[in-house]
Write a protein that binds this ligand. Structure first.
Ligand SMILES: CN1c2c(nc(N)[nH]c2=O)NC[C@@H]1CNc1ccc(C(=O)N[C@@H](CCC(=O)N[C@@H](CCC(=O)N[C@@H](CCC(=O)O)C(=O)O)C(=O)O)C(=O)O)cc1
Ligand SMILES: N[C@@H](CCS)C(=O)O
Ligand SMILES: [Zn+2]
Length: 768
């Protein structure tokens, strides 16, 4: 049998974000469920047909989702939290779990499930919420329907399931379950449902199922290791089942390899882009008869594969195992890359020749599988790929000698503020004269339809540069007036000029390129278009001074300058893979350092440098954390430490648990740190207390992910909790994150309540 070609999953939003548009139309009541379901089916059909035509041997199914694949699995195994069970319609219930429901007239207020980062990616999954005595019941309707759809197209579908251990490890218990209980304890109850599902799939003619177990790339504690031992061998022994491909990705499987090799499962997938050294280890350890799927085409980036290098790996595997035991695959699901490079009409042709999106990666996988028997791969495709790579390695557009010289000259002193936080804080207090518990926001205000339309008109030429600038200045003015009216103490300009907090900065910097359709799902219907960082980074002009400077000129209150930090720009871009990420990050930091200096020079006395992605960038293995955190914290400090002691540096983080990297957050030495904390009822602050976090903190008290308007009382209660944990003199009052996804009326009410909540606490604490 020849070497098979496959991928681990496909993007699902559609090249023109059809799923996003259809979802939002359905949620807004503009279209019925049937039209959403029809769009979803069209997208699936198009993608399956494309993969079939490209000649993939096994094609993923059940990797599609209307919102999120972890939420889908929760529904499939019947993990529906009690508060949603009274919603009879399955689709309404599904979206209620994802987004919450509030109908004040009807007295309904259901908070959604939590959402958090999917490993070290910018994708957010819905966290399944389990009860202490959780029972699991199979609901195979969706999987079976999707399978039938795929089979009707004449393809060989390979259903993809989040594996039972990863599913439980990434789940949480509901708040009323006493802490200390491990979700893995539910494994004995969950496994029979997986067995039942496998039997059902087998009955429907499925020959292979992909069990996604990216948690195999973590360091396993004894409980997790035991869970793997039990789960994989129990599934391996299951009586009636298709063959099982256990997929580990996003890192090295390392020693955890033995948990799969000893399991009785038929195949193992490894991420050989992240962990090329795993190949040798697996070739000696793989039991006779077990197949190996080689993740040699990068599912996390947009660069064309080094086909010669990938081919060498395939050859090593084929020589050791025989071609029938080898599959060629992408390193992980293609969820993290855009759909088709051919749709890009404006990219520089040379840069484009270095790149590959999902459709091109599918072709690369096929090509490599076809060449598996050849010692020297032949053909135009291999030659073209080699030539493009050679040109990329020597391209003048990639290297900027001045940037390199400057990066080499960075000194430790450049990463240190002049005075200690205590001294800086005293000077800043004198300068700003802020009240106890100062109120502020995180930066963005609604990206309304008008804002998006104005930008769209400017981009298409129907609004000229001056008109667009006037429009943005009017938005800023309105935003400043509104914040003054609400009584906020520290203002922001509102970020109306940004499409996105990374794309905007990429657009201002040299070394980045942009796509027209390079959308990647971030969560639910929300997408991002990561810029492509291909060369040395420099700042040809000021990026934000005109907006922040203008905003500051409108008010006597301080207006925070607003930048995205170097690690977040790096993390949320498609980054060059021809030099270490640390080097690229340092270049971005230097460009930001210049912007920070210009803001300060322009009279902007508070500057916020957002780093929401710092935790996300953490490698899966703990032994790699120190190296990453050193350069990541160093880059933030390099970007921010050039200012005077009287200039106040803020930073902001969200979407992640920060407890385990607190020493590094302390080392960032920002004067003020705002964090997301309202949904977890200030839980993160306990870590801050334990570690003695020394600088100012703004714990979010307003959940901006939900349209519901928090009351004065509930926000005051959250502040009260915060004040019990940290000194009130070091607390700020703010929402969890930016307000760009919200509407004006709801934020006016919410912020008014937030200001009142601060006033309430201020009167309690100021006399003490
Ligand atoms: C803070 N977050 C971010 C992450 N990653 C980023 N790269 N950026 C982030 O901000 N990761 C963690 C979180 C994730 N959160 C979000 C929140 C919201 C979005 C979001 O709303 N995305 C938008 C796309 C934003 C954008 O680029 N907009 C463009 C294009 C707008 C558009 O669709 N235009 C229309 C025409 C105009 C119209 O009529 O409306 C069109 O092209 O058809 C812009 O503003 O110009 C989304 O739509 O999903 C993402 C992550
Ligand atoms: N300043 C940004 C941070 C988002 S994480 C915003 O307010 O949208
Ligand atoms: Zn945020």
């Amino acid at each position: 049998m020849p070497t098979l070609a496959t991928v681990l999953g496909h993007p699902r939003i559609g090249i023109a974000r059809e799923l996003k548009k259809s979802l939002e139309a359905y949620w807004g009541g503009a279209t019925p469920a049937e039209s959403l379901l029809a769009t979803a089916q069209e997208i699936r059909t198009r993608h399956w047909s494309m993969m079939k035509e490209a000649g993939l041997d096994q094609i993923p199914c059940n990797d599609f989702s209307l919102y999120d694949h972890m939420l889908d699995m929760a529904v499939t195994v019947g993990a529906i939290p009690p508060r949603f069970r009274k919603i009879a319609d399955p689709l309404n219930r599904y979206f209620a779990m994802a987004r919450g429901v509030q109908d004040r007239g009807a007295g309904i207020d259901l908070s959604p499930l939590e959402m958090t980062k999917w490993f070290d990616t910018n994708y957010h999954y819905i966290v399944p919420e389990l009860s202490a005595d959780q029972a699991f019941v199979l609901d195979p309707a969706r999987i079976a329907a999707e399978l039938a759809e795929a089979q009707a197209l004449g393809i060989t579908p390979r259903p993809v399931l989040p594996g039972p251990v990863t599913f439980l490890k990434l789940s949480k218990f509901a708040d009323d379950v006493p802490s200390g209980k491990d979700t893995l304890s539910l494994l004995p109850r969950l496994l029979p449902v997986y067995e039942e599902l496998l039997a059902l799939l087998s009955g429907h003619g499925v020959t292979c199922v992909q069990i996604d177990e990216p948690c195999l790339c973590f360091d396993l504690d004894p409980a997790l290791e035991e869970a793997y031992r039990v789960a994989l061998s129990q599934l391996g022994r299951a009586a009636r089942r298709p063959s099982l491909l256990v997929a580990a990705y996003f890192g090295t499987i390392g020693d955890n390899l033995r948990l799969v090799t000893g399991s009785g499962c038929e195949a193992l997938h490894l991420d050989l882009v992240r962990a090329p050294a795993d190949l040798d280890a697996v070739l000696t350890a793989l039991p006779a008869g077990m197949k190996l799927s080689l993740g040699v085409v990068d599912g996390r980036n947009v660069w064309r594969a080094d086909l010669a290098e990938a081919h060498r790996m395939v050859r090593r595997a084929v020589t050791a195992l025989g071609s029938e035991r080898v599959m060629v695959a992408t390193s992980c699901s293609l969820l993290h890359v855009p759909v088709d490079l051919d749709a890009e009409k404006r990219l520089d042709p040379e840069l484009k020749s270095w790149m590959a999106f999902a459709a091109q990666k599918v072709a690369e996988v096929r090509l490599l599988a076809d060449a598996a028997e050849q010692d020297e791969p032949q053909g135009a495709e291999f030659e073209q790929a080699g030539a493009a790579l050679a040109r990329r390695r020597t391209a003048a557009t990639v290297t900027n000698p001045a940037v390199r010289r400057r990066a080499e000259q960075v000194t430790d002193a450049m990463t240190r503020r002049g005075a200690s936080f205590g001294e800086r804080s005293a000077r800043q207090k004198l300068r700003f004269g802020l009240p106890l518990l100062p109120t502020t926001t995180i930066g963005s205000f609604p990206q309304s339809r008008e804002v998006r339309e104005a930008r769209s008109k400017w981009r298409s030429g129907s609004l000229d540069g001056e008109g667009y600038q006037d429009f943005l200045r009017a938005e800023i003015r309105r935003c400043i007036e509104m914040q003054e009216k609400l009584g906020l103490d520290v203002l922001v300009h509102g970020e109306f000029e940004r499409t996105d907090m990374v794309e905007y900065f990429g657009e201002q910097l040299e070394g980045f390129a942009f796509t027209q359709n390079g959308w990647v799902q971030s969560y639910g219907s929300r997408c991002v278009k990561p810029p492509v960082l291909y060369g040395d980074v420099s700042r040809p002009r000021q990026m934000t001074v005109q907006w922040s400077g203008y905003a500051q000129s409108l008010s006597k209150r301080p207006v925070k300058g607003m930048l995205t930090g170097p690690v977040t720009i790096l993390q949320w871009s498609f980054v060059r893979n021809d030099q270490p990420r640390s080097e690229t990050c340092r270049q971005i930091a230097l460009a930001l350092r210049d912007e920070v200096a210009d803001l300060e020079q322009a009279g902007v006395a508070m500057i916020q440098v957002d780093e929401p992605a710092i935790r996300e960038g953490l490698p899966l293995r703990r032994r790699d954390w120190g190296g990453y955190l050193d350069w990541a914290v160093g880059a933030f400090r390099l970007a921010t430490a050039g200012v005077s002691d009287e200039t106040q540096i803020h930073t902001h983080m969200c979407y992640s648990e920060f407890g385990d990297i607190l020493p590094s957050i302390v080392a960032m030495d920002a004067d003020v740190l705002s964090i997301e904390s309202s949904r977890s009822r200030m839980e993160p602050l306990e870590h801050f207390r334990q570690h003695g976090y020394p600088n100012d903190v703004g714990p979010g008290i307003y959940d901006i992910h939900s349209p519901r308007i928090p009351t004065v009382e509930e926000m005051a209660a959250l502040l009260e909790l915060a004040a019990r944990v940290l000194p009130v003199e070091r607390l700020w009052v703010n929402p969890d994150c930016g307000l760009k996804t919200r509407g004006w009326p709801e934020i006016e009410s919410s912020l008014a309540n937030m200001v009142q909540a601060a006033a309430k606490l201020r009167s309690t604490y100021s006399g003490r």
